[in-house]
Structures are given as C-alpha cells and as structure tokens.
Design a protein around this ligand. Structure first.
Ligand code: ADP
Ligand code: MG
Length: 228
C-alpha cells in the first residue's frame, strides 16, 4: 500500500517536472522564432535564404505545437466548473476559427446545429475538443470535400457529430486512438485525441468513432444536457 502511494507521488512529480521543462523551452523558442521572422522579412536576402528561414520557422512552429499540446495534457486538473454551454454559439466560433484552415486544405465546413442545445460542461474545453476533432477531419479529407458538424438534442443528452469523407481508419487504428503520441501524420503530435478523451470523460460524456478506410469517419460525441 505504502509503495503504491510512493509510486504515484513520483509519477506526479515527474509529470510536473516535465511540464516545467516544456514551459521553459517555450520561451527561448519564441525568441528564436521572432528573430527568424525578422530575417525572413529582410528584403536584402535572396530567395533560397528566405526559403531556409521559413523552413526553420515551420520547424519551430511544429515544436511549439508539441509543447502546447503536451502542456494541455499534463497541466494539473483544475477544479471542474460545470457551466451552461451553448453548443450552437461555441460550434459557430470553432468553425469560423477553422474556416481558413479548411480553405487551405480546399475543404469547407458545414454546420447544422439545433437552436436549443445546452450542455453541462465547460465552454473553453468544449471548444478545445471540437477544434481537435474538426482539425483531424480536415486533415483526413481529400480536396474539395466537406466536413459536416451537426448537433441535436436527444432526450437527456446532446449529440454532436463531426463527419468527413476522408481517408478513414481500420478497426486496429481506431483502437489506438487516444494513446499518447499515436499519430500517422508526418507532423502530428498524437496528443489531440488524448486531450479530447480527457475532456469528454471529465464532463461525463461519451465519444465514439465509426470509420471505413477510403470512405471517411464519423465521430459521435454525447454530453449530458444542461437543465436549469
Ligand atoms: P495528430 O492529429 O497530431 O496526428 P490526434 O490524436 O489528433 O493526433 O490523432 C491521432 C491519429 O488518429 C491521426 O494521426 C490519424 O491517423 C487518426 N485520425 C484522427 N482523426 C481522424 C479522422 N477524422 N480520419 C482519419 N484518421 C483520423
Ligand atoms: Mg489531431
């Protein structure tokens, strides 16, 4: 019994240490990136040098992304404040935030949300969840297709679906989702879905993946609805 406590204490400390290190690495990265951006904009440099600067900036962006996602998972869980989340308003802000990202990938996002979808969760985390799911859907999509986001009230729960007609997944791949660092993308972090599963669990929701290779994927999330 005693040993077990010690073990979990140690894990907690290691996690905190890792988070502190990640945080400390972030600041110098930001400084270096700032300088590289200045050099990149310098009109005296030739095209090849400019390319190299933007490559370096891209790599720093990737490192920053890993750190941001890592900090999001390792941050000590704050006291849960369950509030009334307006699914329509929040999904609207997430989809408009990601519209240009979709545009870059030649995809569009369709949103179909019923008016009175109120959820018992936390607005920030609700948005973080759907930023991750919709980004994955866009990244999986082939060009000129659309990602569909819908929300409906179903008895005591609100059901939200994100579906794409992208590359899909095998049963084996689906079973690996949420495992830290599981990613099939060259620049993926493999932390996005782990964050998503944590958020869903925290607010007593559920998340299911249905997918077929080459056909597409539908993610179904259910959250308890908010009753006054
Ligand atoms: P990342 O996006 O950084 O790779 P995630 O945790 O968000 O990490 O996703 C893990 C992996 O799950 C992805 O690399 C991808 O292989 C797979 N995946 C997630 N969503 C989808 C989707 N909508 N369609 C196909 N594959 C997906
Ligand atoms: Mg992702």
């Amino acid at each position: 019994y005693y040993e077990q406590i010690q073990q979990s204490e140690r894990i907690k400390t290691a996690g905190q240490l890792a988070a502190a290190v990640a945080h400390e690495i972030r600041n110098p990265l930001t400084v270096v990136k700032g300088f590289l951006q200045l050099y990149e904009q310098d009109s005296n440099i030739d095209h090849n040098t400019k390319e190299r600067f933007s490559l370096m900036i891209g790599e720093l962006d990737a490192a920053e992304e890993v750190i941001a996602q890592f900090l999001a998972v390792s941050a000590p869980a704050k006291a849960v404040t369950v509030e009334k989340v307006n699914a329509k308003a929040d999904l609207h802000s997430v989809t408009s935030l990601l519209a240009s990202y979709g545009f870059m990938h030649h995809n569009q996002i369709e949103l179909h949300v019923e008016d009175e979808c109120m959820i018992a969760a936390n607005s920030m985390e609700f948005k973080q969840l759907f930023v991750n799911l919709i980004k994955n859907a866009i990244e999986a999509s082939t060009e000129n297709s659309s990602v569909r986001v819908s929300a409906v009230q179903k008895g005591p729960v609100v059901e939200i679906e994100v579906s794409d007609s992208g590359n899909g997944m095998t049963q084996e791949q689906i079973l690996s989702l949420g495992t830290p660092f599981y990613s099939l993308k060259s620049k993926g972090t493999g932390l996005g879905l782990m964050i998503c599963f944590n958020i869903v669990k925290k607010y007593n929701g559920t998340m299911k993946f249905q997918s077929e290779p080459g056909k597409g994927t539908t993610v179904t999330v259910q959250f308890p609805s908010y009753d006054k």
